[in-house]
Design a binder for this molecule. Structure first.
Ligand code: NAI
Ligand code: 15L
Length: 265
């Protein structure tokens, strides 16, 4: 495509995807509220607040695709989540409606379904069970995607990313880990597919422990290549948590176990 917008481009995933997706568009438009390294060849770098609709319209105008990563990436105060995630995701979809209807990749999160117990394998029909205001904001974003597809035909894929870090860091991540390479490959499939409609995909690598079923999204042809298995022995050697601890019981781990953020500030 000619121009692909990445929001949250100064963040951990945005920094990695800036390199991974460099050859997937003639121009990458990179945006964040924080400063980013200067634009290289075939790049545009624009500082903007995702909570500011006119600014987001300026970002989306001229783009054929949007990778929406920008926002608060863990639990925070309601006001913070409201601005960055609720207002932010509305602004992205509304800007898309006003400016050429680009396809949107939305970085949702496993925390939209974090209060399901681990013994239950989830699929696309599993109910929302957010484990935090943050998880609730991702469920809202997925429903925003549904609304903008049903009413305005804006196509999107919302990916409930598990744990996308350079390597899995605890026992839970043996199931939830997603490599950056698998995430980048999924994003390429999302923008290469002739149609995506409004689709939700669970974002995990090809780990031995599988909590999530992506059977419905086979049309994308995405097959994760990486696995958390090389870290199993190291992570199983860590002191175990009690089996009935909420961080062990629920998909969302520590997010499900935590209290209300504003009580703990
Ligand atoms: P991150 O926190 O490193 O990056 C988020 C970026 O959004 C930051 O650079 C931040 O400055 C920017 N941002 C925050 N508020 C903003 C605003 N008002 N306007 C513009 N930019 C703003 O997080 P990470 O790990 O890179 O995650 C990227 C996305 O993927 C986030 O939406 C996160 O919720 C989602 N995600 C990430 C997972 C992971 O394991 N890394 C798991 C599940 C979801
Ligand atoms: C997320 O949604 C967060 O953005 C990330 O920092 C991790 O906490 C991840 O979920 C996880 O569940 O491991």
């Amino acid at each position: 495509m000619e121009r692909l917008l990445i929001t949250g481009a100064a963040g951990m995933l945005g920094t990695g995807l800036r390199q991974e997706l460099a050859s997937n568009a003639t121009t990458l438009r990179l945006s964040d509220i924080e400063p980013m390294p200067p634009a290289g060849p075939n790049e545009e770098v624009i500082e903007a607040d995702i909570g500011d609709l006119p600014a987001v319209c300026g970002l989306v105008d001229g783009c054929q695709g949007v990778v929406h990563l920008g926002g608060i990436s863990r639990e925070n105060t309601f006001e913070t989540v409201l601005h960055a995630n609720l207002r932010g995701v509305y602004n992205v979809f509304e800007a898309a409606r006003r400016h050429g209807r680009p396809r949107i990749f939305f970085a949702s999160s496993n925390h939209a379904i974090g209060f399901h117990e681990r013994e239950n394998r989830l699929d696309r029909s599993s109910a929302y069970r957010p484990d935090s205001l943050y998880g609730l904001s991702k469920a809202y974003g997925e429903l925003m995607a549904r609304y903008y597809f049903d009413k305005f035909g804006i196509e999107s894929v919302s990916v409930r990313i598990g744990s996308c870090f350079p390597k899995p860091m605890d026992r839970r991540m043996l199931a939830t880990w997603m490599s950056l390479g698998d995430l980048a490959a999924l994003i390429r499939k999302v923008f290469d597919a002739p149609r995506v409609g409004c689709t939700m995909v669970y974002g995990a690598s090809d780990n031995a422990e599988k909590w999530w079923d992506n059977g419905h999204a086979g049309f994308l042809g995405w097959q994760p290549q990486d696995t958390s298995e090389p870290w199993r022995a190291e992570l199983e050697a860590l002191p175990p948590m009690p089996f009935d601890h909420p961080a062990v019981r629920f998909h969302g781990g520590g997010f499900a176990a935590a209290g209300h953020f504003e009580d703990e500030e």
